[in-house]
Write a protein that binds this ligand. Structure first.
Ligand SMILES: [Zn+2]
Length: 172
């Protein structure tokens, strides 16, 4: 029963618990991402892991740039966030849990739930590991608002003792 994990709360309506009060949920791990990362961790070191994530996020941002341009402009930040959530979910890279927007100061906080990177690396590294999302969010939000901003991860689900399933990224 490793692929499915028990969740000790009863969902309202819809899914019937397998055991009274206990739902079984499939693992949210992205097995493609975790396989790539494990190869890099096996043959390289931590620096290689961050280099790979950074470069992969840069490539992905370039692919998404033409779509992001459609959302530039004040009114479209909400739509862009919906797009971002749709994209992350489609790629099995997690989902947007919440976003705080302060447009006048160009400050953003983005919480990503079930980070594919953290889920892949949390057994090995008990620390902030989600370089991929730092770079991806930095590139996409910079494209969106037309100003260079950088995101930094301030909380990660891979960190020792972390019980929340979210990783939080803050723009600086
Ligand atoms: Zn993280």
């Amino acid at each position: 029963m490793k692929f499915f994990s028990e969740k000790a709360e009863k969902k309202k309506g819809g899914v019937e618990p397998a055991v009274d009060g206990v739902l079984l949920e499939p693992s949210r791990e992205n097995f493609t991402v975790s396989s790539f990362l494990e190869v890099i961790a096996d043959v390289g070191d931590e620096e290689d892991l961050y280099f790979f994530q950074n470069k992969a996020a840069e490539k992905m941002s370039l692919k998404l740039a033409e779509y992001v341009r459609e959302f530039s402009g004040k009114e479209s930040v909400g739509l862009f966030i919906s797009f971002l959530n749709f994209f992350l979910e489609r790629e099995n890279l997690g989902s947007v849990n919440y976003v705080k927007v302060d447009l006048s100061n160009k400050k953003f906080v983005v919480a990503i739930e079930n980070s594919a990177i953290a889920l892949a690396l949390k057994k090995k590294y008990k620390k902030k590991v989600c370089k991929f999302y730092e770079t991806l969010l930095s590139e996409l939000f910079s494209d969106l608002i037309g100003v260079d901003i950088k995101f930094k991860e301030i909380q990660c689900l891979a960190e020792e003792g972390q019980r929340e399933k979210i990783c939080i990224f803050e723009s600086t």
